[in-house]
Design a protein around this ligand. Structure first.
Ligand code: HEM
Length: 362
């Protein structure tokens, strides 16, 4: 009883902290409606089964990101590619089966970092060893925590991650993956349409600008921005910046070279990405259009001026993105192996055998 009272007190405290966090964002002049904690998620769902879950994920990533700084970008992008397609259900991790191809076969997922998948698996093994009852923390929750801790590890502000997501048993069809992840040549119209659709209207233009700030770390392959360099320089790109990029990507069709998404501070989670956009030095078309389009330009300008305004809004927008179409309660499953659905349970098997036997009775 005391434990339950303690749990609900800490949940209430957590909600108050989130409210304070969003209050800070409102005070900084950000317009988005406050996101709620999705029904079925909470801040203490692993209190009994895995009380150290957050520390275990954080400690693992501290070590892993110090060995490979690009892992932080890989993990942040992985969570985004999970959440936008069919919700934050770890469907991005599922391997192909004879029945369904993996979401990773769709072009937008071709350059996700193998190291990020490995890190999720390593974290899960560590959790399985240390939590009561083995595989209790969902793969979708591991993805959400790993994205947050990657941001923090590279100097971004922390935010609270509600937990209790469940994992899906199926990947999304490839057509859906292609439709729900905007490409590098997208304009603001396309991106707002996709954001609105995948979030049921919860993500707006301010969220688009803030979440695109994820591009303050990580890289893009030449093929993602070559159209801006060849046959001539994109009119919205600084000429000197284009000349620099042509040294890395001297022709079209180069698949194995990359440039930093934020060339000023490529591994720091800061607001220089927006300063670059103001200076016409965004890498992707989908980045630079945020400054050329009147609907998003004022938000870019504000974040370029204020690191604080950016980091508060990024936290609030990640809180929303991280709860898109979550499976909770008895929906979905907690996958024992993050890369494959659980085998049909013995109870399920017995029931289907019984149903089949019944159908044979005339
Ligand atoms: C909404 C519009 C978005 C578009 C069009 C977009 C597009 C892209 C593209 C084309 C790349 C480079 C892929 C490559 O060439 O290998 C990339 C990388 C990246 N994106 Fe996005 N993205 C978007 C939103 C986001 C969001 C919401 C986040 C996270 C909050 C994010 C985080 C990242 C990160 C961290 C990388 C670097 C990955 C690495 O270095 O491995 N992106 N994105």
């Amino acid at each position: 009883m005391a434990a339950r009272r303690g749990a609900s007190a800490s949940a209430a405290l957590a909600v108050a902290v989130v409210a304070a966090l969003l209050g800070a964002s409102a005070a900084a002049g950000e317009a988005s409606a406050p996101p709620l904690v999705a029904p079925g998620l909470s801040f203490d769902c692993y209190k009994q089964s895995c009380p150290n879950v957050e520390a275990i994920v954080r400690d693992f990533l501290k070590g892993a990101i110090s060995q490979d700084v690009g892992l932080a970008a890989g993990l942040l992008r992985l969570h985004f590619h999970d959440c936008f397609v069919q919700g934050c259900d770890a469907s991005i991790l599922l391997d192909s089966t004879p029945a369904m191809p993996s979401e990773r076969q769709a072009p937008p997922n071709w350059t996700l970092r193998p190291a990020a998948f490995k890190a999720i698996n390593d974290i899960r093994h560590r959790l399985d060893r240390e939590c009561r009852g083995g595989a209790v923390v969902s793969c979708a929750d591991v993805l959400a925590l790993a994205a947050r801790d990657s941001v923090v590890e590279r100097g971004g502000r922390s935010y609270m991650v509600p937990l209790g997501r469940r994992d899906s048993a199926n990947p999304a069809p490839l057509g859906q993956v292609n439709a729900d992840l905007p490409g590098p040549d997208s304009n603001v119209d396309t991106m707002l349409r996709v954001l609105g659709r995948v979030s049921g209207g919860a993500l707006d233009a301010t969220d688009l600008v803030a979440l695109s700030g994820g591009h303050t770390i990580g890289v893009g392959h030449c093929t993602s921005f070559e159209k801006r360099l060849f046959p001539g320089t994109d009119a919205t790109m600084d000429a000197g910046f284009a000349a620099q990029l042509r040294k890395t990507c001297p022709a079209t069709g180069i698949v194995d070279r990359t440039a930093a998404l934020d060339f000023v501070t490529p591994v720091d989670f800061d607001n220089k990405y927006y300063v670059n956009l103001v200076n016409r030095k965004g890498l992707l078309t989908s980045d630079q259009v945020l400054f050329t389009d009147g609907r998003t330009r004022p938000v870019v300008a504000r974040f370029a001026k204020s690191q604080r305004a950016f980091s508060n809004q990024f936290a609030a927008s990640m809180l929303k993105m991280g709860q898109l179409k979550v499976l909770t309660g008895s929906q979905g499953q907690v996958r024992r192996n993050c890369f494959a659905p659980n085998p049909a349970s013995s109870t399920g098997l017995l029931l289907s055998v019984a149903a089949e036997a019944e159908s044979l009775v005339f």
